[in-house]
Ligand binder design. Structure first.
Ligand SMILES: NC(=O)N[C@@H](CC(=O)O)C(=O)O
Ligand SMILES: [Zn+2]
Ligand SMILES: [Zn+2]
Length: 428
């Protein structure tokens, strides 16, 4: 039996507008795409869903998320995290290895993949750690981790402090045809601060996190990527300086790609209302000038994709006060509505541009088969209501985490129906 998604609006890049189509999915793939002008197709004997008036997109792809399993199931687990992703319209997510234990052995990678197959509802691609326990002292077994199913190496949560360690990692990754994904942060430039060096820190007499703590690693790693030829991918870019370095590196053909988070595109340090840990994340919210630079970076392709860096923490942890609370905010269930409302409804971006940065571009960069709507492609689809305005209510999230600065925001562009491999995994 197939599933027909009828009357949906698909983005037509050549026309630069939406066009009504009917889509048939079955056996895990897209089987037919029929023009909406010619009336309804024959659907007898098949399931149907009416997507009239709604957007149908390839399922969103999020290459930077924290599912917290194994070890931190009180923050999130694979069952809750993948449901939260599905509700946000994401059908493929790549999870970070800063779990307990850290995903630094083939056993842990296999554990994550097995759990995702048994309890997850979207596609889960695990990253493995660069160094054992993410301590920066000893490389993990890259070949064995690849064999177990890891899709790249990263010590996300911390920067790799030692340049020789990073270079060795890149050489090894290159020899295996695998990417290195970097959380860029030089510890010698960050000491006990949680806000960036900007007006908020000044106003409150706080020590700030300087932009260079990120950009120094970006610059260093670009040079190491040039030296080793590895595919180097920069996590959660937040500063003007990093954008500038990545733009230069791309211009001379260095194999670098990068991602940016919705919160760094929408919020600056000047929006922080006070000492509230829901505004504490790493990298921190930067200055309005940095926000402008990452927007321009995404627009000109210096930054390849949007990721959420979905980072759930418990309410108890976030209530400890800003100094003691962990860094991170949840992202799945607000990402698309935020970007759609802020950039597409305002006319700054086309809908096609935003969709590309959340589907085709991550698929291109990481060599994934999904990410576009075409016959024969995996049937990973998202239906989105572009018209109804709703308020962000963290207490209704499917994530265990409610740690978001966006509670109470009124947004458009809510995903209402999500399909993975032709199976409905979330529906309102
Ligand atoms: N982004 C965050 O603020 N936190 C992440 C770690 C990370 O992405 O660096 C987390 O694991 O909580
Ligand atoms: Zn990080
Ligand atoms: Zn992260």
């Amino acid at each position: 039996m197939a599933l027909w998604i009828l009357n949906g609006k698909l983005w037509d890049e050549s026309a630069g507008s939406l066009a009504t189509k009917h889509i048939q999915v079955g056996d895990g793939v897209i089987q037919a795409i029929v023009d909406g002008e010619g009336g309804l197709p024959e659907t007898a004997g098949h399931d149907t869903v009416d997507a009239a008036g709604k957007l149908v997109s390839a399922g969103f792809i999020d290459m930077h998320v924290h599912l917290r399993e194994p070890g931190f199931e009180y923050k999130e687990d694979i069952a809750s995290g993948t449901r939260s992703a599905a509700k946000g319209g994401f059908t493929t997510i790549a999870c970070m290895p800063n779990t307990r234990p850290v995903a630094d052995t083939p056993d842990t990678i296999r554990y994550i993949l097995d759990k995702a197959a048994a309890e997850g509802v979207v596609k889960v691609l695990p990253y493995a750690a660069i160094t054992k326990n993410e301590l920066g002292r000893e490389l993990t077994d890259f070949a064995a981790l690849k064999e177990a199913g890891a899709i790249g190496y990263t010590d996300d949560g911390v920067g790799v402090q030692n340049a020789q360690m990073m270079k060795d990692a890149m050489k090894l990754a290159k020899s295996l045809g695998m990417p290195v994904i970097a959380h860029c942060e030089d510890d010698s430039l960050v000491k006990g601060a949680w806000a960036s060096e900007g007006k908020f820190a000044q106003k409150h007499g706080l020590k700030g996190i300087p932009n260079e703590s990120e950009a120094i690693h970006v610059g260093r790693d670009i040079l190491l990527s040039e030296a080793t030829g590895v595919h180097y991918h920069v996590c959660h870019v937040s500063t003007e300086q990093s954008v500038r370095l990545i733009r230069m590196a791309k211009q001379i053909g260095i194999n670098v790609t990068a991602e940016v988070c919705p919160h760094h595109l929408i919020l600056s340090d000047e929006d922080i209302p006070g000492f509230d840990a829901n505004w504490k994340m790493n990298p921190p919210l930067r200055t309005p000038r940095d926000v402008q630079a990452v927007i321009e970076g995404l627009e000109d392709g210096t930054l390849d994709m949007v990721v959420t860096d979905h980072a759930p923490h418990s309410a108890e942890e976030k209530a400890r006060g800003v100094d003691l609370a962990p860094f991170g905010i949840v992202g799945f269930e607000t990402a698309f509505p935020l970007l759609y409302t802020k950039f597409v409804r305002t006319g700054k971006w086309t809908l096609g541009f935003l969709l590309k940065r959340m589907t085709e571009d991550p698929a291109r960069v990481f060599g994934l088969a999904q990410g576009s709507i075409a016959v024969g492609k995996p049937a990973d689809l998202t239906i989105v209501d572009l018209e109804g305005e709703r308020e962000v209510k963290p207490e209704t999230f499917l994530s265990k985490g409610t740690n978001t600065p966006f509670g109470g925001w009124k947004l458009y562009g809510w995903p209402v129906f999500t399909v993975v491999n032709g199976n409905v995994v979330w529906s309102e």
